[in-house]
Design a binder for this molecule. Structure first.
Ligand SMILES: C[S@@+](CC[C@H](N)C(=O)[O-])C[C@H]1O[C@@H](n2cnc3c(N)ncnc32)[C@H](O)[C@@H]1O
Length: 355
């Protein structure tokens, strides 16, 4: 007798996401799969269809993509929780992805490696970061050449040699104006500094000059050629914008999944790192963002927002509970730096807010 399994069971069996199984079912690419009520069931003997993306990426399995920079507030730890928020069973499949404060793009790259969105949009206010995304998209060969050269020079050096080299690149980065002619050079400096500076921080002084000291990595991976080439391929289909998140308004509609990860509202005075640029993201900025979220909510988009939970420090602080009372608020546990000492980490709650 023919037996059936659910989409969830098929996903586990084939080691792909449940969402992918649903897409395959709706594209009629699984023999014998059928809809019962609002659920797909799949013959237990059905074979995993050959994934179209196998051809696209010339690989048998889902492509591996990692963020090309380490970024404060990176969401690698929350990926599983965030991924669960993509619409699945019985919900419509969304075709557009938008991440208007993309940073290092932990979720973005995870999504790109597994899902086929038709249109994608990313942005960030940090011009150097966005320049690096654009150069990887448009000029990856020259970028790789420059990074390999830096890696070959820097890695064999002793501590003093490395210091001299690091600070000379930092000076060049600060002295070179970003424009069309310097874009590739600046992206290479930016990635080099990110891979070799203290904790991968991006911090600038009042004059907008990058001022992070050198870090202490034994063998930093300055040029991850395979990852950069994989990113280059997938970015061809992505609109990359430098500017305020509100510019994404025109892209977002009822078919869009939007993920917003603003700079943290600081957990304590000492952990107040919100300065990715010379501007800060204070409570007024959080309120402006909440208004933007109301606007895109009205357009029918599926929205997920993450932030630090102020209740970690002050159980009475209901800032986000008040601001987002019309939305669902989930608290998830993550390990984070909880004060200014790099070795002082602890379990805290992060907020995931969605409509
Ligand atoms: C917490 S980080 C995002 C981290 C990202 N999720 C990751 O995985 O690396 C916040 C980002 O918001 C950006 N940002 C700050 N203000 C912004 C604004 N008004 N519009 C767009 N991006 C902004 C910062 O430059 C920073 O990259």
């Amino acid at each position: 007798m023919l037996s059936f399994i659910s989409a969830k069971e098929a996903a586990e069996k084939w080691n792909i996401s449940q969402r992918r199984v649903l897409v395959l079912c709706s594209e009629r690419r699984i023999d014998g799969a059928m809809m019962v009520g609002n659920m797909w069931i799949i013959p237990s003997t059905a074979e995993k269809p050959i994934d179209k993306r196998t051809v696209r990426y010339e690989k048998e399995h889902v492509i591996s993509l990692k963020p090309f920079v380490k970024w404060v507030g990176g969401k690698s730890q929350l990926i599983d929780e965030l991924e669960k928020m993509l619409p699945t069973d019985g919900e419509k499949i969304l075709t557009k992805y938008c991440e208007p404060m993309v940073g290092g793009g932990a979720l973005f790259f995870n999504i790109l490696s597994k899902y086929d969105f038709e249109q994608l949009y990313i942005s960030d206010i940090n011009a150097e970061l966005i320049n690096a995304y654009q150069v990887i998209k448009n000029n990856v060969d020259s970028l790789i050449e420059k990074l390999q050269e830096m890696q070959m020079l820097f890695c064999p050096m002793d501590e003093n040699g490395r210091k001299f080299y690091y600070y000379s690149i930092r000076d060049k980065f600060n002295d070179t104006q970003l424009c069309e002619n310097t874009a590739t050079e600046k992206a290479a400096y930016f990635i080099f500094l990110n891979k070799t500076c203290f904790n991968g921080l991006y911090r600038v002084n009042r004059k907008g000059q990058f001022n992070v000291p050198m870090g202490a990595y034994k063998n930093p991976m300055i040029c991850d050629e395979e990852n950069l080439r994989n990113i280059n391929k997938v970015l061809q289909n992505v609109t990359i914008v430098c500017g305020d998140y509100s510019l994404s308004r025109q892209f977002i509609d009822k078919d869009t999944f939007v993920y917003l990860d603003p700079p943290y509202r600081p957990l304590s005075e000492t952990s107040a790192f919100t300065s990715y640029n010379s501007d800060t993201f204070d409570d007024n900025e959080q309120i402006r963002l909440a208004k933007f979220i109301d606007e895109i909510n009205a357009s029918g988009a599926k929205i997920v927002l993450s932030n630090s939970d102020p209740k970690n420090v002050n159980p009475e602080d209901s800032f986000f509970d008040e601001l987002y009372k019309a939305y669902q608020i989930k608290r998830v546990s993550a390990t984070r730096m909880i004060n200014s000492k790099a070795d002082s980490r602890g379990k805290i709650n992060e907020l995931l807010i969605c409509n």
